[in-house]
Design a protein around this ligand. Structure first.
Ligand code: AMP
Length: 441
């Protein structure tokens, strides 16, 4: 199927051509006809599938082509389309898509989110906009100050609905929806359809078309996963070692907390790895600058928290490192969705300490496979019973697997352990399986 088969206008086809897209992705093929027809839609599609264009293109078409798909032409300056997103970064990226795909339509768009001044948003809104992209909190601020008029909204998009739940936005969303006209088109995109997302879908969507697509880059297929077992307190040194040993130049590093991301970024920077932290406490300007510097190659590392990284789109990012595993296994999928995009292969490497064993097990369950595990010579973990054993007599591997790789059964074989310096910790006196060690916090 070609984009021309979807009945999109010449202006949109031109913008699509300028992006170099040749064929619509599966979610675009399935969703665009329903949206053009004015139907509500429930779509299960993750970041990386082309979901943004799947709703932006038909929305632009409906706004600009009243003959084929009439969204009422109004003289008002109030937005006719509202896209709700969970994070500022995603808001900025959706706005960018709206502007790129709508470059030849003359439509006006704006993103409103917190962390930046509200006044410029108010001024732009006064001049009139067609499409408003918003995070729930800032939109409620505007509603409270009566600086936005949602009475003309004809299409509502809930993007990354599952994430909105994770972030506790559901009440805000319901309050916003109460302010919208009853007659409208509703589109919901979500990476998962957990029970609460379904419940929201039932109350918001009317007779929706259903679209479900596999990830464009199924993580198990295009991304190579690996784990290095290491003690928590050694993780920074291991990361620095890896940067130095492999000359890494563009790595997205995930931490669990803002504080952890700040501390790690500082340490990397001090050690000569140019780095910035990306998290919710950073000003919007700092976040935008960090992302731009990372994309342009000025920074070798971007250290992010899960929420800040949500929706990031960085072309052909070669590598994601989980400095800490996420508590929620689905977040692992979101994290690695940043690499291996657009058909490129990617690498997801996790530094796993003994206290993260449960998270690792849950991730492996979700992936339905065991992740190859290794230890790095010189950084052998001490705080665990579940260290993968290098097989007896095996020569040390070279880079990039300077690490020794767990063999299928070797870790259970009781193979002799190489001598190591005495250190505090529980040591591996007896053979233990991968997941059977004690937890050390
Ligand atoms: P999304 O899932 O919306 O985050 O999109 C992921 C990436 O796919 C973005 O970089 C888009 O620019 C790109 N993309 C969207 N549609 C297409 C297409 N039909 N062909 C190639 N790339 C696309």
């Amino acid at each position: 199927m070609q984009f021309t088969d979807l009945g999109l206008s010449a202006e949109l086809l031109r913008a699509i051509g300028e992006q170099g897209y040749t064929t619509p992705t599966p979610v675009q093929q399935q969703a665009i006809p329903h949206i053009l027809a004015g139907r509500d839609l429930e779509a299960l599609a993750q970041t990386g599938t082309g979901k943004t264009a799947a709703f932006v293109l038909p929305i632009l078409q409906r706004l600009t082509n009243p003959l084929t798909s009439p969204l009422q032409k109004v003289t008002h300056t109030a937005p006719r389309v509202l896209v709700l997103v969970p994070t500022r970064e995603l808001a900025a990226q959706v706005l960018e898509s709206v502007r790129v795909y709508g470059a030849h339509t003359g439509l006006r768009s704006l993103a409103v989110f917190g962390g930046v001044g509200i006044n410029p948003q108010i001024q732009t809104m006064r001049r009139g906009i067609d499409i408003l992209v918003a995070t729930p909190g800032r939109l409620l601020d505007h509603l409270g100050q009566r600086t936005v008029d949602l009475s003309k909204v004809q299409t509502l998009v809930l993007d990354e609905a599952d994430r909105m739940f994770d972030m506790g936005f559901i009440r805000d969303i319901r309050r916003i929806i109460e302010r919208l006209p009853k007659e409208r088109q509703n589109l919901m995109f979500s990476a998962t359809f957990a029970a609460e997302v379904r419940e929201l879908a039932h109350t918001v969507l009317r007779n929706p078309a259903m679209v479900e697509v596999a990830r464009r880059n199924a993580p198990a297929e295009l991304v190579s996963h690996s784990v290095i077992k290491v003690d928590k307190e050694q993780k920074r040194d291991v990361l620095l070692h890896l940067f130095a040993a492999h000359g890494w130049h563009q790595v997205l590093v995930f931490c669990r907390t803002k504080h952890g991301a700040d501390a790690l970024s500082k340490k990397l920077d001090q050690s000569g790895v140019r780095s910035a932290a990306l998290h919710g406490n950073k000003s919007q300007n700092a976040r935008t600058r960090a992302l731009a510097d990372f994309k342009s190659g000025k920074l070798a590392a971007l250290v992010a928290t899960d929420i800040a990284a949500r929706g990031l789109d960085i072309d052909s990012l070669p590598r994601v490192v989980n400095f800490e595993l996420p508590n929620v296994p689905e977040d692992y999928i979101h994290r690695i969705g940043r690499t291996g995009r657009a058909g490129a292969s990617g690498e997801a490497l996790s530094l796993v300490s003994s206290d993260e064993r449960i998270q690792l097990r849950d991730i492996e369950r979700l992936l339905k496979r065991e992740i190859e595990t290794s230890i790095l010579p010189g950084f052998e973990p001490q705080h665990t019973h579940s260290v993968p054993r290098p097989a007896a007599g095996r020569p040390p591997a070279q880079k990039p697997a300077q690490a020794r790789t767990r063999s299928g059964t070797g870790e259970r074989s009781g193979a002799p352990r190489p001598p190591r310096p005495a250190r505090a910790g529980t040591g591996g006196a007896k053979p233990a399986s991968h997941h059977s060690g004690q937890r050390h916090r």
